[in-house]
Write a protein that binds this ligand. Structure first.
Ligand code: PRT
Ligand code: ZN
Length: 225
């Protein structure tokens, strides 16, 4: 396969991080020609192209060398990193820089009638989550013997349905927890959108483009702060 000379960056196609990610890149002076299916966008101002994907695919695309960079929630990156570690593998992607938007936290929440008095209160409970690796690792680090129930979504209704006693999910305003009569017990990860890249940085032209983009991102973020 011919080595790529253009840099490729993956961002979320549609979701909470999409607009802010594209806005950041446009403030960095990147202009794209959208293709008809809008999955691949050709960079017109610099040799930097855009791939619009599901956020969960971003770490894998970086690890496989399909993309050089990605904008993704730390929660997604950390979950996949932790899952790789639990399998005894070393992840080929890493966080390069936090980006200051998409802030939230991964928290354990309990039904309002259950008391929380430290991690041992979770002993023997079933905890529903879409973040099994991070939840398992945190429980282990706290010496808690709880069962992790893996769900693919709608975690907040699991206690009401009786499929779990507690949940571990993302929280931003807390409104979803409140609407489901749940109370945040403890945060296990502070998250925001981050720039992710490969653990082995690209060389040559792509390496130079990457440095240029990182400098511009730095500049945009400093102006914002
Ligand atoms: O389709 P794709 O797989 O790409 O998107 P997705 O549905 O997996 O992700 P999306 O768009 O919902 O979120 C993308 C990223 O936004 C997440 O990975 C986080 O990094 C970040 N983010 C910030 C959030 C939230 N805030 C957030 N509040 N992601 C999800 N939520 C959900 C949470 O899961 C819960 O259901 O919002 C609800 C809680 O919000 P509050 O305000 O009621 O507390
Ligand atoms: Zn997703």
């Amino acid at each position: 396969m011919k080595p790529r000379d253009r840099l490729r960056i993956a961002v979320q196609k549609s979701g909470r991080l999409s607009d802010a990610s594209q806005d950041l890149l446009s403030r960095c002076g990147l202009r794209f020609r959208h293709s008809r299916d809008k999955l691949f966008c050709f960079g017109e101002s610099l040799a930097i192209d855009l791939l619009l994907v599901r956020d969960d695919d971003i770490p894998g695309l970086i690890a496989d060398g399909v993309c050089d960079l990605g904008i993704v929630g730390r929660n997604v990156l950390a979950e996949q990193e932790c899952a790789a570690q639990l399998r005894g593998e070393t992840p080929a992607f890493e966080e390069l820089r936090s980006l200051g938007f998409g802030r939230c936290r991964l928290s354990i929440a309990l039904p309002q009638e259950l008391d929380y008095d430290g991690a041992s209160s979770l002993d023997g409970l079933r905890i529903a989550t879409t973040y099994p690796a991070l939840t398992t690792q945190w429980l282990k680090s706290e010496g808690v013997d709880a069962k992790v129930v893996v769900l693919s979504g709608s975690v907040e209704i699991a206690p009401k349905l009786g499929t779990a006693d507690a949940i571990c999910d993302l929280v931003s305003t807390g409104a979803t927890l409140q609407a489901n009569q749940l109370r945040e017990a403890i945060g296990i990860l502070e998250s925001e959108a981050v720039l992710a890249g490969s653990t082995t940085a690209p060389k040559g032209e792509r390496g130079e483009l990457m440095e240029l983009l990182l400098r511009r991102i730095e500049g945009v973020i400093q102006v914002r702060e």
